[in-house]
Design a protein around this ligand. Structure first.
Ligand SMILES: *[C@@H]1O[C@H](CO)[C@@H](O)[C@H](O)[C@H]1NC(C)=O
Ligand SMILES: *[C@@H]1O[C@H](CO)[C@@H](O)[C@H](O)[C@H]1NC(C)=O
Ligand SMILES: *[C@@H]1O[C@H](CO)[C@@H](O)[C@H](O)[C@H]1NC(C)=O
Ligand SMILES: *[C@@H]1O[C@H](CO)[C@@H](O)[C@H](O)[C@H]1NC(C)=O
Ligand SMILES: *[C@@H]1O[C@H](CO)[C@@H](O)[C@H](O)[C@H]1NC(C)=O
Length: 243
């Protein structure tokens, strides 16, 4: 029997992103153009969103729509191809998000998405789903795979501790909910505020060993993070008018 091999072009056009969807940012491998009536708008290095509007150059002259110099057709090997639990909250899990500026309604997730890596606060469209079980902050990936928030061991001069997601359980400290706020504690550190977190370079999330909003390390902002259990994650839908 003869089999026919069909080779699909790696540069096949991607579908256009729908209203309010993500259309760009570091690590983004999906559509980079928006449906009619929406324009892809940059909101930081890691996130671009389709918001209502028209492209700036679409007045009288029929300008070509070719995007020049776009790197979006390069399928790099470094980005995540893993899939997660989706954008509907699964039973027993929560979204976790910040509610203070400048990370208002940015959601906890791993980078790369759904894979071991840094804990970051980023777009609601890629929000992770979490639960705290026996002191572990557990990220749901699928029915057979979960990740655990792992905290870096304290060092003598540390003012903040990094957090990553890992396939193995955390061995340092205990996560808990205090009201809707996520806390982390360990008997060997006397933290003034157990729900004090920091968001630093590239949206990475850190445990703040100091007071909330006091001696904030350079390049970081203070945040508390909270669970949210509506069926879908809700993002900031604010249009920045610049200039
Ligand atoms: C769950 O995710 C892991 C890691 O991405 C993957 O290897 C595995 O095939 C997935 N299992 C199911 C049932 O989807
Ligand atoms: C996972 O945990 C192991 C052991 O603590 C550590 O060596 C490794 O760097 C961790 N990986 C990630 C991605 O955090
Ligand atoms: C742990 O962190 C605290 C708070 O920053 C610090 O004062 C202490 O020296 C650290 N302990 C160890 C054993 O490194
Ligand atoms: C920690 O800081 C946050 C933000 O200022 C505040 O809402 C919370 O009440 C503080 N918690 C404690 C125990 O002081
Ligand atoms: C932030 O991201 C950039 C681009 O990916 C990278 O070069 C840089 O090392 C990152 N910084 C940190 C602290 O992770």
């Amino acid at each position: 029997m003869k089999s026919i091999l069909v080779l699909l072009s790696a540069t096949a056009a991607l579908a256009q992103q729908s209203a309010w969807g993500q259309c760009g940012g570091i690590g983004w491998t999906g559509a980079t153009t928006c449906v009619e009536g929406y324009v892809c708008t940059v909101d930081g290095d890691y996130y671009s969103q389709c918001i209502p509007g028209v492209a700036a150059s679409s007045t009288t002259s029929p300008t070509p729509t070719t995007v020049v110099g776009s790197a979006s057709t390069t399928l790099s090997g470094g980005s995540s191809s893993a899939s997660g639990p989706g954008t509907t909250l699964q039973s027993g899990y929560y979204w976790i998000r910040a509610v203070e500026s400048p990370n208002f309604h940015k959601y906890l997730q791993s980078r790369p998405l759904y894979s071991p890596g840094d804990a970051v606060l980023d777009s609601y469209t890629t929000a992770g789903q979490f639960q705290i079980i026996s002191g572990q902050l557990v990220q749901l990936i699928n029915s057979t795979y979960t990740l655990y928030a792992n905290v870096q061991q304290n060092t003598t001069a540390a003012t903040k501790l990094s957090m990553s997601f890992n396939a193995t359980e955390n061995t340092y400290g205990t996560f808990a909910f205090s009201g809707d706020a996520v806390t982390w504690s360990t008997p060997d550190i006397n933290r003034p505020n157990l729900s004090a977190w920091l968001v630093c370079e590239n949206q990475t999330l850190w445990i703040n060993l100091g007071n909330y909003a006091y001696l904030t390390p350079a390049g970081c902002v203070d945040e508390t993070i909270h669970y949210y259990n509506d069926q879908t994650a809700v993002g900031r839908r604010e249009v920045k008018l610049e200039g």
